[in-house]
Design a protein around this ligand. Structure first.
Ligand code: ZN
Length: 325
């Protein structure tokens, strides 16, 4: 984990491997300090606090959770007494979307011999992701701490005269998606609306909405974008995400028209330059999302996550690439 200064008063903390759960955090060191997203487990959250402590000696007074996924909220409990700000839907959804006991159980199952055999037989992808997470993460001791302040469309903070805009953009990749923009410093914290150098994963919303929000980001014209996952970038980060989503939707539509399953399409789609992004087999999720739209299914239909990880596993095996999430 390392810290990077991105403007006069904004910093980012980045995880090096850029795999699942390696989410970024941000710090605005004005007006009592604002932290954007709090990491996936307590050791990572403590390390993030230590790094931010080099430029902001006090515990930040405010947290923004860009959405309800665990990898962005599981360090909340370390900021005692802080105001935690998120979109209204995050308050409702976080208790089940980011229930830490599910992940804790998965990792415990991967440790015990019999359940490991069972997992391997029934859900090889779930076992593989559990093993990957065990290399970097320890999900013990996490207590979910929910937002204390919620907003609907927009929420503006005035930090010593510097305006910070929280703009609700969901459902896009998740229901509660919020971007954080500082016009004065031209810095935008994109949450998981932007994945950089790794394959995006979206759980709700539509392609059309996601592309529209990427256009909104481009129209805001930030100089620096801190994505939810991956290295800091400029507008090219938003443009490449758009190109990826357009490409995968287009390719999926021709496989769909030929009557091929989403799994088979994900095995065959030519990934071109995107094969260099981390975890390319996660393309399965994006193909399946496109298929759901072609079948006119409701956007917020829940995912069977264990099955989805199995499909990603199968795509990686079939392509002869490393199983990585
Ligand atoms: Zn994330």
């Amino acid at each position: 984990m390392r810290m990077q200064q991105v403007s006069d008063n904004c910093f980012a903390v980045l995880n090096d491997k850029n795999r699942v759960c390696d989410a970024n955090s941000g710090l605005i060191n004005l007006g009592g300090g604002v932290v954007i997203d709090t990491q996936s487990d307590l050791p990572h959250a403590r390390r993030m606090i230590e790094l931010f402590g080099k430029v902001w000696p006090h515990m930040p007074k405010r947290i923004v959770n860009t959405h309800e996924d665990g990898d962005h909220v599981w360090g909340n409990q370390l900021f005692k007494g802080a105001e935690i700000i998120a979109h209204r839907t995050v308050l409702e959804r976080m208790p089940h979307v980011a229930d830490p006991s599910e992940t804790q159980k998965l990792l415990a199952g991967a440790d015990r011999f019999l359940s490991r055999l069972l997992l391997k037989a029934i859900h090889p992808g779930a076992l593989a992701i559990a093993r990957q997470l065990q290399q970097d993460y320890d999900f013990s001791g996490i207590n979910l701490v929910l937002p204390t302040t919620v907003f609907d469309e927009r929420h503006v903070l005035d930090l010593d005269g510097t305006e910070v805009q929280l703009i609700y953009v969901g459902p896009c990749h998740q229901v509660g998606d919020t971007i954080v923009y500082l016009p004065k410093e031209r810095v935008l914290f994109a949450g998981d609306v932007i994945f950089r150098e790794c394959t995006p994963m979206g759980w709700t919303g539509s392609y059309e909405k996601w592309l529209k929000i990427l256009d909104l980001i481009i129209a805001l014209d930030p100089e620096v974008i801190v994505p939810g996952h991956g290295p800091v970038c400029g507008l090219e980060g938003a443009m490449e995400m758009k190109a990826y989503l357009d490409y995968v939707r287009e390719e999926s539509s021709s496989f769909f028209a030929r009557g091929m399953s989403a799994l088979d399409a994900a095995k065959r789609i030519d990934l071109g330059p995107y094969s260099a992004w981390n975890a390319p087999a996660r393309v399965y999720l994006n193909v399946e999302r496109a298929y759901r739209e072609f079948r006119h299914e409701v956007e917020d239909q829940p995912w069977d996550t264990a099955k989805s990880f199995d499909q990603i596993y199968k795509v990686a095996k079939s392509r002869g690439i490393r199983v990585e999430f």
